[in-house]
Write a protein that binds this ligand. Structure first.
Ligand SMILES: [Zn+2]
Length: 326
């Protein structure tokens, strides 16, 4: 029996929909501590910007061989989930921010303060988009937080000035308006690509993480209208997708986020193995069943509704052709 998707808070995974032929393979294991497969992704926050009793704002962890190596987004509530997951900032190679909306970035200083108490010496990379309109570039954003003269938390400026007891924090700015993927991290175990995605007027990025022959794609917030993102993530094992609006959303919301029909098209065009619906807000949660049906009319792979602390173990994902042997 497959246990590749599990909720590490020991709550049953109650809301997911999959085609019948794989339904029997997607079983939550009721008592698994941690999310520590060889290659796994954990949902720290499956919600959006509205306070919610069970969904923190956006945040995800990529685990490699039992260590948390990447944090994708740092929305409100994710810092507590990060601790709950048993993760440590020491083991992170990078923090990847999709964009600088509050629900994706507000807890960054909390992670930095926490890291001060570690023995870490090596660099930590912080990746984010270039500037546009009301949004600064990632390096200016970091300066506004911890810059030595004007930073709100300038008592943490040692990260930028090689202060005693601090490790270097290096920013990497990715042009949000470029349709060419940029490799932002490449080491023995991880390769991360970033590309601009369309989130209304907000500069935003999507990411592809590759490790051990597996591919995990993060949409960030986007309206689905950049074919270059679909191309970059082609054949990903898992796409974690922004699902913030129902099909009948108004024009302004649909300029920011993808409608279910657009999610279906993106997942189909990109030929992703599994679709995880996340960034769920009350307006999308209330229409979840209808949206899942609409998506599954086009996209024929398994659809999973994200929950906080859910762990998706890439090593245990079964290819459709494998299920006959189970
Ligand atoms: Zn958001």
């Amino acid at each position: 029996m497959s246990t590749f998707i599990r909720n590490t808070r020991h709550r049953p995974i109650s809301r997911f929909f999959v085609p019948l032929f794989v339904a029997s393979l997607l079983v939550a294991s009721p008592a698994v501590a941690g999310c520590k497969g060889d290659v796994a992704v954990q949902i720290l926050g499956s919600g959006g910007p509205i306070a919610n009793s069970s969904r923190a704002s956006s945040g995800y962890l990529v685990w490699i061989k039992g260590e948390a190596r990447l944090l994708v987004d740092a929305g409100g509530g994710t810092f507590a989930r990060f601790g709950e997951a048993g993760a440590h900032v020491d083991s992170l190679d990078a923090i990847l921010l999709t964009h600088l909306h509050v629900d994706h970035s507000v807890e960054l200083p909390a992670y930095l303060k926490s890291a001060w108490f570690s023995d870490r010496k090596r660099n930590l990379q912080l990746v984010g988009p270039s500037a546009s309109g009301a949004f600064p570039a990632i390096d200016d954003f970091l300066n506004a937080l911890i810059g030595p003269t004007q930073g709100a938390y300038r008592y943490l400026s040692g990260y930028l000035t090689d202060g005693a007891g601090y490790f270097p924090l290096k920013t990497r700015t990715v042009a949000h308006d470029s349709d060419k993927p940029v490799i932002v991290l490449d080491n023995d175990e991880l390769r991360v690509s970033a590309i601009g995605v369309r989130h209304g007027p907000v500069p935003a990025l999507g990411y592809l993480v590759e490790s051990g022959g597996h591919k995990i794609a993060f949409s960030g917030d986007q309206n689905g209208n950049n074919p270059a993102f679909a191309k970059m993530i082609e054949s990903a094992d898992v796409l974690i997708m922004d699902h913030a609006i129902p099909e009948k959303a108004d024009r302004i919301a649909a300029n920011l986020h993808a409608r279910p029909s657009e999610i279906a098209k993106l997942a189909t065009d990109a030929k992703v193995g599994r679709l995880v619906l996340s960034h769920i807000m009350p307006r999308s949660e209330s229409q979840l069943k209808a949206s899942q049906s609409l998506i599954s009319a086009t996209y024929t792979g398994p659809i999973i509704v994200a929950e906080d602390m859910m762990c998706i173990d890439l090593e245990r994902i079964l290819k459709p052709h494998d299920h006959s042997s189970q």
